[in-house]
Design a protein around this ligand. Structure first.
Ligand code: PBG
Length: 306
């Protein structure tokens, strides 16, 4: 009766990994229970998740090395894996809410979220690539774009591109306070997208900073974001709370791959009770102020409830 925080499957967005091919369901080594799916298998998986009550999905593509280049050209190829899949998912399941990824790294031969020139990231030139990507995704039928790149000014730029393209109703879930974190490595394994040189510290935030998140959130709000995201979640609960207290937009939190991997590894060894830890972690993220949580635990949580 006096419980303050209740988790529901409605709070969750399920990230999914996609690969080219047929009949592929390949477990990610560092993420037990999470798979790379070919498009046919992905549609089956989404169908199963819908049965469990999950309504929202965030697909990410694992792109063949041969298709990667420094300009992430494959990212806006209408016949490419990602754009085709968005169309296929929305055709088969028009009722699902898709949050699609806008960032260069899955398609970049440099493994960065921006165009690299002599070791530096070209912010403004990158915006043009992100714009093409967002437009291709909108045309394929996405509901929400999720710019996960952390370039400056990209929310305003993408809003403009979408509006001018006739996609006023496509929302933007901005990765607002995205930290340069070591918790992303299983995700980079899944997509084979680790930076080939350098790191992401010139565009992702310093884990030591909290107030900087307010600046990022103010800019994203002014530029037209519809959601503000904090990422990772667990080591940044204070940042989730801070944004919740200062902004009226819905707050999203990304319970990232490394947070999932830690729990799975300990549970496999019998050191922790995986189900209880999952519930405690998700509850803490919601208690801190997240309205929506992207989590690899989404399906397991939904199954637990049933
Ligand atoms: C990059 C991106 C990353 C994640 C989502 N989008 C990793 C990175 O910044 O290198 C990580 C998600 C996770 O770890 O679960 N655009």
């Amino acid at each position: 009766m006096v419980e303050e925080t209740r988790l529901s499957v409605d709070d969750l967005i399920f990230p999914l990994f996609l690969v080219e091919g047929k009949k592929i369901k390949q477990e990610v080594l560092s993420m037990p229970g999470i798979y790379r799916f070919s498009m046919d298998e992905l549609l089956i998986e989404i169908g199963a998740c819908i049965e469990l009550g999950i309504k929202s999905f965030a697909p990410f593509p694992s792109i063949d090395q041969k298709l990667k280049d420094s300009y992430a050209s494959e990212s806006h190829n209408r016949q490419g894996l990602y754009i085709r899949s968005i169309g296929a998912i929305k055709k088969q399941f028009p009722e699902v809410c898709l949050v699609t990824d806008v960032a260069m790294d899955p398609y970049s031969s440099d493994g960065h979220d921006g165009i690299v020139n002599s070791g530096e990231i070209l912010n403004d030139e990158t915006l043009e690539v992100l714009g093409k990507m967002a437009l291709a995704q909108a045309q394929a039928g996405t509901d929400i774009i999720g710019p996960s790149d952390m370039m400056d000014g990209r929310v305003g730029y993408l809003r403009e591109v979408l509006d001018q393209g006739g996609f006023k109703n496509v929302s933007i879930m901005s990765y607002t306070a995205k930290y340069a974190s070591a918790f992303y490595s299983p995700f980079r394994d899944a997509l084979d997208s680790a930076p080939k040189s350098g790191d992401k510290k010139t565009y992702q935030m310093n884990p030591a900073n909290q107030r900087e998140a307010l600046t990022e959130a103010r800019l994203d709000t002014e530029e037209g974001a519809d959601f503000l995201m904090v990422k990772p979640a667990l080591s940044y609960l204070d940042v989730i709370k801070l944004l919740k207290d200062h902004f009226d937009l819905p707050i999203a939190a990304y319970n990232v791959s490394g947070e999932y991997a830690m729990v799975k590894a300990a549970a496999q060894k019998g050191w922790l009770d995986g189900d209880k830890i999952m519930l405690e972690i998700l509850t803490s993220i919601k208690r801190a102020g997240a309205d929506v949580i992207l989590s690899y635990f989404a399906k397991e949580f939904a199954q637990l409830k049933d």
